[in-house]
Design a protein around this ligand. Structure first.
Ligand code: CA
Ligand code: CA
Length: 130
């Protein structure tokens, strides 16, 4: 809950990362608020869903470096697993995109490329810091 309160602050501070709304969908084109949810969801399912059953348990999430608080935030219906739908929902707001940029824009040029996102920086977005 506190994350939701803090995200607008982060968004205001880091608005520059969200200014590429028409970037083409190529491997190194920066992610946008529109393309980031699908990229984030695919990345998380690919790297965190270790038993490939299409859902993520708390054990899978924490094994990948996430913490319990971020898992509980992602598990919107509180059934103990995070689904593709929940990941899309979690990552579909602009505030989340700004948060993502802040965590994974490794060279700090305000452009989040898929390569950066899928590097070690990407794993860190599973652990929200309050
Ligand atoms: Ca799983
Ligand atoms: Ca769930």
């Amino acid at each position: 809950m506190r994350l939701r309160l803090l995200l607008p602050v982060f968004a205001a501070l880091l608005a520059s990362c969200a200014t590429h709304p028409t970037a083409p969908a190529s491997a190194e084109a920066p992610l946008t608020p529109k393309t980031a949810p699908a990229a984030y969801t695919a990345y998380v399912l690919e790297t965190v869903d270790t038993n490939k059953d299409g859902t993520i348990t708390l054990v899978e999430w924490t094994t990948a470096g996430g913490d319990q608080r971020s898992f509980l935030l992602a598990d919107a219906n509180k059934d103990g697993v995070v689904t593709r739908t929940e990941l899309i929902r979690l990552s579909s707001n602009a505030q989340f995109f700004d948060f993502l940029c802040r965590r994974a824009d490794l060279d700090k040029n305000n452009r989040l490329t898929p390569r950066e996102f899928r590097s070690a920086g990407g794993v860190r977005v599973l652990r929200f810091e309050f």
